[in-house]
Design a protein. Structure first.
Length: 208
């Protein structure tokens, strides 16, 4: 589409290389720059399960400038807006211990507890931080600091989701969007697709 189009790239490696192999699955229903931020929050919550939101004085999220440019959005009010808000992602993850579909719905975005913690979150650039990394520092009211640094967010090519992670996400999405669907049969059918006599069976299993 550009002035210097390389027409040879259209057929280069055709039938030999597959771009689909470079794709990864999204672990969280939000912008990709937020993946390492959420991972850092999950790690902090796992290491310090007794820290209550009201014991937190402030939270600083540091990363690549793109993180601030894309996700420094403290005043969101809908689930769609929250999908690109670092402030909301941090607050919801620390409070709920997960970052699933429910954490990016309007009800969670506007819950008093999430709103209160969200106001304590600040975003800063940190020199030398790759776009796939993030650092989160929590300062408690008693002066203690808790930190977590994630070099690669889950869902990146260097840290792809495991098969078990993918199955868990499929089950979560099925519960949310199609409670009548049997995800176990669908999951089994996808894993055995290379041996299936009828690939169309997967489509039939995806209908509740």
């Amino acid at each position: 589409m550009g002035d210097g189009a390389d027409l040879g790239a259209i057929t280069q490696g055709l039938g030999e290389t597959w771009e689909l192999r470079a794709n990864t699955h999204k672990p969280y229903p939000c912008g990709v720059v937020l993946f390492p931020v959420i991972d850092a929050c999950l790690e902090l919550r796992a290491r310090h399960p007794d820290v209550r939101p009201d014991a937190i004085a402030n939270i600083v999220v540091e990363g690549h400038p793109l993180l601030r440019e894309r996700a420094d959005r403290p005043s969101v009010s809908t689930g769609r807006e929250a999908q690109v808000s670092a402030q909301h992602s941090v607050a919801a993850t620390l409070i709920h211990g997960v970052a699933g579909v429910a954490q990016f719905e309007d009800g969670c975005v506007n819950s008093p507890e999430v709103l209160a913690l969200r106001r304590k979150v600040g975003i800063r650039d940190r020199a030398g931080t790759p776009v796939e990394a993030a650092h989160v520092t929590i300062t408690l009211a008693d002066g203690r600091t808790l930190t977590s640094s994630v070099a690669q967010g889950r869902g990146t090519p260097q840290r792809p989701m495991s098969d078990a992670n993918v199955e868990t996400k499929v089950r979560e999405l099925a519960r949310h969007g199609c409670p009548g669907l049997d995800p176990a049969r669908l999951i089994d059918a996808v894993w055995s697709l290379d041996r299936a006599a009828d690939a169309g069976a997967i489509v039939r299993l995806a209908v509740a």
